[in-house]
Design a protein around this ligand. Structure first.
Ligand SMILES: [Fe+2]
Length: 469
């Protein structure tokens, strides 16, 4: 009888301990149990077919496009000719109109330690028709290459549009899987919002810039046909005073032009665009952003200018996340969070996409703006005006995934998983958008995580029921 009683009590104790343990570990959202098997990824070798140089003397290579103005009627076409400058013009025409026009660009070059770049061409085409397919041609003679793009619809509140999200891509076999997975996703992303860390060329001795060239050839298959909206990460800084390289972002800013002047920015590292129903603000985690700096002044002014009745979806992209519960890079975004979070909440930003942490994570709508160092209010709280923070630095670079997470999972973290993948932000109308995260190991239509977004501005105005298309 006594033994029986002890057994029963021990049973209760065990159940209690398990219960406490479960409660303790489940403080926040969901930590996926999915664990990838392989470790570090290696870069694809230089002779990989994805890095193939197009045939012909001085053939244009590394072709990529991005938005070329603030409204969406401009496109910047960039490419590199390896041997000589060659033609600097872009011939273009609408698919429904055979009248061909020519735009003239500029050529830049740079040296980096013992590397000399090819001839880097940037040509802005302006005053295109909205929502129209265009063909374009670059190069001359027998090395002419033809591509196409589709301009976005005129900005407006109910214009559906689909963005892809990729970050920290690199040039490994996993990078190739991520890009392929995005290309074959039936959601059909129309423009990529790239959250920084492109080539990882800086992982090579003396930041061997030939790995910038291979990366340019790798992404051409997508970036020549749809705009990639660029933001710079720490792997774009390329600051190595020991070898005389003292100008930060030199390769990045020579290779990737962005329309920063059209949003009154003074630096290509921070700028904004409108695209369909979205207003996208790019900020630089690795440029001065404190009070009184050019970026701070521009950013705070920029938020106040957004007309949510025209572009209801307010999206901010940056490299270093403000909220991340992974151990790697923990709290690196804290200084920017302190400076910028009150503005994100005040202006009801819908979503902040970041990279840097090589994994996926989605937050709840939370803010931590009440904390002032002395009041002790240092725990993020639910905040209906706050954005969702999504870390999508899982493109697949050679540094591999980060798997170590802070425990217990904080309450602000809704879902986290260390797998490679990409995101899709699919805007349906002024009130609703759908986000899906796609891990590389799944079928192309499968979502590892997803969330319906209810637009912050229109929700605050009481509009909750626009029919989802
Ligand atoms: Fe990074």
């Amino acid at each position: 009888m006594i033994l029986h009683c002890i057994q029963a009590r021990f049973g209760y104790l065990l159940v209690g301990l398990i219960f406490i343990a479960v409660i303790g570990l489940c403080e926040g959202g969901l930590t996926s149990s999915y664990v990838r098997s392989n470790g570090l990824s290696s870069d694809m070798p230089l002779d990989s077919d994805v890095f193939r140089v197009p045939p012909g003397y001085n053939a244009p290579q590394q072709v990529h496009i991005t938005q070329g103005d603030h409204e969406g009627r401009g496109v910047i076409v960039s490419w590199i000719t390896p041997n000589e400058s060659g033609s600097n013009s872009v011939l273009y025409w609408a698919a429904n109109n055979q009248i061909k026009k020519t735009a003239i660009g500029i050529v830049v070059k740079y040296k980096y330690y013992n590397y000399t770049s090819g001839y880097i061409h940037h040509c802005t085409i302006e005053n295109l028709e909205y929502d129209t397919k265009y063909f374009y041609e670059i190069g001359n003679g027998d090395v002419t290459r033809q591509f196409w793009f589709v301009t976005p619809p005129r900005p407006g509140p109910d214009v559906p549009y689909t963005f892809g999200l990729i970050g920290d891509l690199g040039q490994t076999y996993d990078s190739n899987r991520t890009l392929t997975h995005y290309e074959l996703n039936p959601m059909k992303g129309q423009t990529i919002l790239f959250v920084g860390d492109l080539s990882y060329a800086d992982s090579y001795p003396f930041h061997d810039n030939t790995r910038w060239d291979t990366w340019g050839r790798f992404v051409e298959r997508n970036a020549a046909y749809q705009p990639w909206i660029w933001s710079a990460g720490n792997h774009e800084i390329d600051f190595v005073p020991e070898i005389g390289e003292t100008k930060p972002f030199k390769p990045y800013t020579h290779r990737f032009f962005v329309p920063y002047k059209s949003s009154k920015s003074t630096s290509p590292l921070w700028y904004s665009i409108k695209r369909a129903s979205a207003y996208i603000i790019v900020v630089s985690s690795y440029s001065a952003f404190g009070m009184y700096t050019p970026q701070y002044k521009w950013f705070t002014n920029e938020l106040s200018k957004v007309n949510r009745t025209e572009t209801p979806w307010l999206i901010v992209i940056m490299h270093c996340p403000m909220y991340s519960s992974y151990v790697h890079h923990y709290m690196e975004g804290e200084t920017m969070r302190v400076m910028y979070e009150p503005w994100l909440v005040k202006y009801k930003v819908d979503v902040v996409f970041a990279g840097h942490v090589h994994a996926y994570e989605r937050s709840e709508r939370i803010s931590n703006i009440a904390y002032d160092v002395v009041n002790g209010l240092c725990t993020p709280i639910n905040d209906d005006s706050a954005p969702v923070y999504i870390t999508i630095g899982d493109g697949g670079n050679q540094e591999g995934l980060v798997k170590e997470m802070t425990e217990p999972q904080p309450r602000y973290s809704a879902y986290r998983e260390a797998s490679f993948g990409h995101g899709i932000f699919d805007i349906k109308n002024r009130t609703h958008a759908y986000f899906g995260w796609h891990r590389n190991q799944d079928g192309f239509a499968v979502e590892g995580d997803s969330l319906w977004f209810h637009n912050r501005y229109w929700k605050s105005m009481g509009e909750t029921s626009t029919a989802v298309l």
